[in-house]
Design a protein around this ligand. Structure first.
Ligand code: EZ4
Ligand code: CO
Length: 402
């Protein structure tokens, strides 16, 4: 069997997605997600111009060799664009391997380690009262874990608090929207939110909160301490994470667990965080951290250091990435939680998939391969629309961190 064609499909069924479809000379094909929010066309060009021509004629069964070839062979290692492109190829090759073997991908990864993949949903609202209603909605649907975000009094808009309750899309305009941020207002408000949430929902519902990299380590330490009475499952992205040793400072001050990694593209971005046990959950994803092959490597390292997986799963990760994530989540020993946000109907129609939500769990498809596809004709009806993530400024106008 040989790789006959590598197609790169860009489509915008309510938001942009880039998908790789690897077709073999025997007609079997595989799909991989290559979406990098706000930078989609950079990855598409990387794949079309530089990767596709090097893959034709190769044996699609040699997943590890192709991974190493693309990673080491390019000379320029790592980085989100490169690693997303490699991820898409890797994911598509696992899909092909599953189809050839006649097995769902989780069987190739060692088989099932649990009954289902526990997911968390997103409760967002402007006010505390409104967010309580959102949380109830998730509890009624059977969710066992909920991420809670609210508007911050004194700030006009807050990242991650969408206007649409069901669907969430922070990338809105071609030229980024700008938000204003105040750490003082934020640190004052968040403990009040979780005090109310615990009062309403009791001690056992798993609660999470995303800080979106907005704090310094000492501010994050204060936040963690102030949230200790409400025993969150994690605070996410408390600080920008280029400086891995910065997490030591947070760790020294609080027992609130820490999750990080949605923007990481390789094991090198988190090796110190993991080996020094500075975090509790690693949130790297199939699509942005080098595919199933590399993410498995990260999770295996994490397993040695009591760090569990908590993969990012926002709607800019396509159903192809979600399908791949679920196979890995089901198989690894150190699974923690999987983020899950429902895609829109248009997205679901372009990416028919067999995974399903039931009783707080997602279950991967039992079909051979990943159990997800792309309807290319339908995809062609949704042309690309430029959209960027917002930029964040302090009240005095300074550009603030993500
Ligand atoms: O900012 O997916 O945990 N979820 C998040 C998301 C991310 C977007 C970036 O593309 O932080 O809102
Ligand atoms: Co996040």
């Amino acid at each position: 069997m040989k790789i006959a064609e590598v197609r790169v499909i860009v489509t915008c069924p309510d938001r942009n997605f880039v998908t790789v479809k690897i077709v073999t000379d025997e007609g079997v094909y595989g799909v991989g997600d290559a979406t990098l929010n706000g930078r989609e066309l950079a990855v598409a060009a990387y794949l079309t111009e530089h990767v596709a021509p090097q893959l034709t004629g190769r044996d699609p069964a040699r997943i590890e060799d192709i991974w190493q070839y693309l990673y080491k062979g390019a000379y320029w290692r790592r980085g989100p664009v490169t690693m997303t492109a490699i991820a898409a190829v890797d994911t598509a090759l696992w899909d092909i391997k599953g189809k050839v073997a006649g097995l769902p991908v989780y069987q190739l990864l060692g088989g099932r380690s649990r009954e289902g993949v526990t997911v968390y949903g997103h409760a967002n609202a402007d006010s505390i009262d409104a967010v309580l209603t959102e949380i109830s909605g998730y509890v009624d649907l059977g969710y066992r874990a909920v991420r809670v975000q609210t508007g911050i009094p004194g700030l006009e808009s807050t990242y991650g608090v969408s206007k649409d309750r069901m669907f969430y899309e922070p990338a809105d305009a071609a030229i980024p929207t700008e938000n204003v941020w105040s750490t003082a207002h934020y640190l004052d408000h968040v403990p009040r939110v979780f005090a109310r949430v615990r009062e309403e929902f009791g001690p056992t519902l798993r609660l999470l909160h995303d800080v979106h990299h907005r704090l310094t380590p000492i501010e994050a330490a204060r936040l963690g301490k102030s949230l200790e009475p409400y025993h969150l499952t994690w605070i996410e992205d408390p600080v920008p994470a280029e400086l891995q040793e910065g997490f030591r400072l947070i760790r020294q001050h609080t027992t609130t667990p820490i999750a990080v990694g949605e923007v990481f593209s390789s094991i090198w971005d988190c090796q110190q965080l993991i080996t020094e046990q500075l975090i509790d959950y690693i949130r790297t994803t199939v699509v942005h951290a080098g595919g199933i092959t590399h993410l498995r490597r990260i999770f295996d390292l994490a397993n040695l250091y009591h760090v569990r997986s908590g993969s990012h799963g926002a709607t800019d990760l396509s159903p192809v990435c979600m399908a791949a994530a679920l196979h890995l989540d089901l198989a690894i020993p150190n699974f923690g939680l999987q983020e899950y946000m429902r895609h829109t109907e248009a997205t679901d129609a372009v990416f028919p998939h067999g995974y399903r939500f039931e009783g707080g769990y997602l279950h991967p498809s039992e079909e051979p391969g990943l159990g997800v596809d792309i309807d290319e004709e339908l995809a062609a009806r949704y042309p690309y629309r430029a959209a960027s993530l917002p930029v964040n400024r302090l009240e005095d106008g300074t550009v603030h961190s993500w």
